[in-house]
Write a protein that binds this ligand. Structure first.
Ligand code: SF4
Ligand code: SF4
Ligand code: FES
Length: 214
């Protein structure tokens, strides 16, 4: 074990672990969407887990930094909160904010992050732009709701880890980016047996057919 200091709290953490894992293991909350535990690491794409580390000129993403003995970290500076609020608003600018009719309501990480950052679930100052169609039903067992998806990549990471052949990938580019199975699952029942992507999705953008009503 080594010791680091986070917001004036001196804690013992495992060596060779990420700063985000170390904080979470010590009940220190850091907003995040793309991070997955237990070796299913996704790409650092959500840009929410910023912290400041003494000696670093700019805030860094806690999920990509490895702890070192004596490291001093601040999770609550103005620069960190500014980046996190901007990141959240960008996510909400392509999000169908309809919590009342959403199956993720009250178990949603976007709601938790907004509450923690003390911001409303609003895209302002950005306009909300939504994708069409609002649901992709092309997969035999799982429906995909692109306007809930935060493109965190967790579903891709767990799919890759749980199946010899990954069935999910990012498709298209820029604003049009979506998650797709490209029809690869169509011959098998692997997805019905696995469902790891549905379980890990933080916002109910993936759901077994028949379980979600728009
Ligand atoms: S995913 Fe979360 S923030 Fe989005 S509509 Fe559903 S409950 Fe609301
Ligand atoms: S479907 Fe869910 S888990 Fe997959 S990228 Fe979108 S929000 Fe993340
Ligand atoms: S959790 Fe670090 S960038 Fe998403």
């Amino acid at each position: 074990m080594i010791r680091i200091t986070v917001d004036d709290q001196n804690i013992a953490v495992q060596e060779n672990t990420t700063l985000l894992s170390a904080c979470l293991a010590n009940d220190i909350y850091i907003p995040r969407q793309c991070f997955v535990e237990a070796g299913d690491q996704a790409a650092a794409s959500c840009r929410l887990c910023f912290v400041e580390v003494v000696g670093e000129e700019y805030p860094v993403t806690a999920c990509t930094v490895t702890v070192s003995d004596g490291m001093q970290v601040r999770t609550d500076t103005m620069a960190v909160r500014r980046l996190q609020r901007a990141g959240l608003r960008l996510l909400l600018s392509v999000h169908d904010i309809d919590c009342r009719n959403c199956p993720a309501n009250k178990q949603c990480e976007l709601q938790n992050i907004a509450r923690f950052l003390k911001v409303g679930l609003k895209a302002k100052p950005y306009e909300v732009t939504l994708k069409q169609p609002a649901v992709d039903t092309s997969h035999r067992q799982i429906d995909y709701y692109p306007n809930r998806c935060v493109l965190c990549g967790r579903c891709i990471a767990v799919c890759q880890n749980h199946n010899t052949q990954p069935f999910l990938a990012f498709a298209k580019r820029g604003f049009d980016t979506i998650i797709s199975s490209f029809g690869q699952e169509s011959e098998s029942d692997a997805c019905l047996d696995c469902q790891a992507c549905v379980a890990t999705c933080p916002v109910a953008a993936l759901a077994l057919k028949g379980q979600v009503q728009l």
